[in-house]
Design a protein around this ligand. Structure first.
Ligand code: PMP
Length: 420
């Protein structure tokens, strides 16, 4: 994309880029919006909106079932989106991609699919073990709690050290011949920590476990190709990568996906149905029962193209510079602790401030048009482990500016003066 120069994002380039995100050009509470809640949801650029609008205006029809032209165009658009997203994540010939409504949906599909009786043998048996890291969003923890309960399996927790980092030797100590599944995030949404997931996944796969990677916070950033990872299942959401809400992906090794029991039975996922029996379609349709969000898939693929054109490396250089700027400025404020202070590889900065509740800090920032997230960030066990309670989290995307970071720092300093 021409608007992003080689060195990163210059001021003029950034202004052009921001113009593609009309939602940013508004005032909130009398101040220009500083949208710093991108780990929760990113904004959509015009090319993504245009792609979805084009589909809805010209090609909207149900897929797979129709011989008519619009149905065929819609089917082509859906398949094209699938192929584009496979390329985006570096999937190989042995991989398949299933559309879901988001990361939560994808991870539930995996945890449910390995632990529930149905069309295929249940993978997780009584006495088996599931290992989940404590860095996880609840979406990559609670489904495993339920799966373990359903199957009579043991749930083991890979705990981070006091600074919130996962250590491969700790995982090595937990793996046994009974380990069926190891699930880990590629970036902790509550702290911004980027665990050594390549090594962790390889260790778990080497021990014979199925491996699950939550890439919700990472897929829009530089990541190894999926085919270079020891990863059976990877999940991510459209709305965290400049795409539409209610879209997401489960992508993984075909052989592993084939071991999943479908979560939804019904139309589109069957081969042949009698009044009392059904046989099931091949992947990916087998796991995509019902009419999918076709415009959403089109938008998600357009978002992937937008990110590729911008360059993940360049986006990351910009976003980590914003993170470092914010982390250094926040750490310099009295009584402020920045979580995962050294984590340079993400756009997330999360902090706790003595004598000021995050909710009050967030409210005072909103008065100045600055949008941040406060609370447990759906990662309560991790924040309990770190002993910090709820935090305030700012998270950056390619369209954020250093001026917005300055406003955040001044806004937090003001909030602390008022609250203490
Ligand atoms: N995992 C991580 C790491 C996340 O950050 C989030 C969203 N905050 C999720 C899973 C859940 O994503 P969704 O709500 O889009 O399903």
């Amino acid at each position: 994309m021409a608007v992003i120069d080689r060195a990163g994002l210059g001021a003029a380039a950034l202004a052009d880029l921001r113009a593609m995100f009309p939602v940013l050009a508004q005032t909130v509470n009398g101040a220009p919006l500083a949208y710093l809640d991108n780990a929760a949801t990113t904004q959509m650029p015009l090319p993504v909106l245009d792609a979805m609008r084009h589909f809805e205006l010209h090609d909207r029809a149900n897929i797979h079932r129709g011989v008519h032209t619009l149905s065929q165009r819609a089917t082509d658009a859906f398949d094209h989106a699938r192929q584009g997203l496979k390329r985006f994540v570096g999937a190989g010939a042995a991989h398949e991609l299933v559309f879901t409504s988001g990361t939560t949906d994808a991870l539930n599909l995996v945890a449910h699919g390995l632990s529930t009786p149905g069309a295929a043998p249940v993978v997780i048996q009584p006495g088996d073990e599931i290992i989940v890291s404590l860095l996880e969003h609840h979406a990559n923890l609670v489904p495993w709690q339920q799966a373990a309960r359903r199957c009579g399996a043991r749930l083991l927790i890979l705990r981070p050290d006091a600074r919130g980092r996962l250590q491969p030797e700790d995982l090595a100590g937990l793996l046994t011949p009974r380990t069926r599944v190891f699930a880990v995030t590629a970036c902790a949404n509550a702290t911004g920590e980027r665990p050594p997931y390549e090594t962790l996944l390889a260790l778990a796969a080497g021990a014979g476990a199925l491996t699950v990677l939550d890439a919700a916070q990472s897929v829009a950033h530089a990541m190894p190709d999926l085919s270079a990872l020891d990863c059976d299942f990877m999940a991510f959401s459209g709305h965290k990568m400049l795409g539409p809400m209610g879209t997401g992906v489960l992508v993984g090794r075909r052989a592993a996906l084939e071991r999943l029991q479908p979560l939804r039975y019904g139309g589109d996922m069957v081969a042949r149905v009698s009044a009392t029996e059904a046989s099931f379609a091949e992947l990916p349709m087998r796991l995509e029962g019902g009419t999918p969000h076709v415009a959403g898939a089109v938008g998600l693929a357009a978002a992937a193209s937008f990110i590729e054109a911008a360059g993940r490396g360049r986006i990351d250089a910009h976003v980590s510079a914003l993170r470092s700027h914010a982390a250094a400025g926040l750490a310099a404020l009295p009584g402020v602790t920045v979580l995962a202070a050294g984590a340079g590889a993400s756009g997330i900065v999360s902090f706790a401030a003595e004598g000021a509740h995050p909710h009050d800090i967030g409210t005072l920032l909103d008065e100045q048009g600055i949008a941040v997230r406060t609370g447990h960030h759906c990662a309560q066990p991790l924040l309990d482990h770190l002993g910090l309670g709820p935090t305030t989290r700012a998270s950056f995307a390619l369209y954020n500016t250093h001026e917005e970071v300055e406003r955040l720092l001044a806004g937090v300093a003001r909030a602390l003066r008022l609250l203490r």
